[in-house]
Write a protein that binds this ligand. Structure first.
Ligand SMILES: NC(=O)c1ccc[n+]([C@@H]2O[C@H](COP(=O)([O-])OP(=O)(O)OC[C@H]3O[C@@H](n4cnc5c(N)ncnc54)[C@H](OP(=O)(O)O)[C@@H]3O)[C@@H](O)[C@H]2O)c1
Length: 184
């Protein structure tokens, strides 16, 4: 689905629930990065980044939550970012989208506290993935300079497999060395 098409999302969520009635865990990982000073962004670019990285997630969660609350146990796991923790240069809109996601998960966790739904947030540093394909920078090539998608998947697995009586609120993970390499 195209997450920019907000109005289609409630119906898509309904179809997912119908097709997968046993669904009890959702990982919200889709998102993208765009960086630059605020004045370099067009208005549609601001709208698109906030929509894909945050508003679509709120729409889908809104649509899936009633069904998940009826289960004895369910997990909602959101992929945030180190950009959810600290604003950084050229990251005004990306950071805003991830800060929004973090506030959302904190509030949602309280809201879900009387149900079996656990809400977890994972905030990775730089992960070597397609994320950087269109960007003018990337993490360093050495293994200690980037995370791999598998590292994030391991954090997801840790949350999913935790004792159902506990909730893991947030996991922050980073490569051992932070190295940003700029493309020519
Ligand atoms: N890579 C990093 O350094 C890093 C660090 C911290 C947090 N994150 C976050 O981690 C998450 C995953 O990123 P990644 O590193 O795995 O990047 P990625 O390899 O570029 O994957 C991004 C995923 O998001 C999907 N997506 C993007 N726009 C979409 C849209 N409009 N509708 C539906 N799906 C859309 C893409 O789908 P298609 O393949 O179909 O386009 C792709 O599956 C993102 O939320 C990102 O903000 C990444």
């Amino acid at each position: 689905m195209d997450l920019r098409q907000l109005n289609t999302l409630p119906e898509k969520a309904k179809q997912i629930l119908k097709k997968y009635p046993a669904l009890d865990s959702v990982v919200f990982a889709a998102g993208y990065g765009q960086f630059g000073s605020l004045e370099e962004f067009s208005y549609p670019q601001i709208d698109s980044l906030m929509t894909v990285n945050f508003t679509s997630v709120a729409f889908l969660t809104r649509a899936l939550l009633p069904g998940l609350k009826q289960k004895s146990h369910a997990d909602l796991i959101f992929i945030g970012s180190e950009a959810a923790l600290k604003g950084s240069r050229k990251g005004s809109i990306y950071c805003a989208s991830k800060f929004a996601l973090r506030g959302f998960t904190q509030a949602l966790r309280e809201e879900c506290a009387s149900s079996g739904v656990r809400v977890g947030l994972i905030n990775p540093g730089m992960v070597k993935s397609q994320f950087f394909q269109e960007l003018n920078f990337a993490p360093g090539e050495q293994r200690c300079q980037h995370l791999l998608p598998e590292d994030v998947a391991q954090a997801v697995s840790y949350i999913l497999n935790a004792n159902p009586q506990i909730v893991i609120d947030e996991i922050n993970l980073n490569p051992l060395h932070k190295v940003v390499s700029f493309k020519k």
